[in-house]
Design a protein around this ligand. Structure first.
Ligand code: SF4
Length: 90
């Protein structure tokens, strides 16, 4: 049996689980989260009340798990991801 390397590579890629980024992209293709176009999610400063409001929005988000997995894997240096500030000090 002979198979070229590219077909083996393609078969491995097809069988591999999606990366956190791919999973988040796929989820975002299906759902537009409430954080889109809301500046508060990318603010450098947020009050305690702001953070509580963000946490509430994220708690009800259908892509929370994918967002959280992505943030844990990629460690973004700014903004709120899955209800948590991931940058410096808000
Ligand atoms: S969980 Fe992620 S995608 Fe959903 S609203 Fe929060 S920051 Fe946005």
């Amino acid at each position: 049996m002979t198979r070229d390397r590219s077909s083996l590579a393609r078969a491995r890629e097809a069988a591999a689980p999606p990366t956190p980024g791919e999973a988040l992209d796929a989820a975002l293709d299906e759902y537009r989260p409430e954080c889109r176009d809301v500046d508060l999610f990318t603010a450098d400063v947020a009050t305690k009340a702001d953070r509580a409001a963000i946490a509430l929005v994220c708690a009800g988000c259908p892509v929370f798990a994918e967002c959280s997995d992505y943030a844990e894997a990629e460690k973004p240096r700014a903004g709120f991801w899955a209800g948590r500030f991931r940058g410096g000090r808000p």
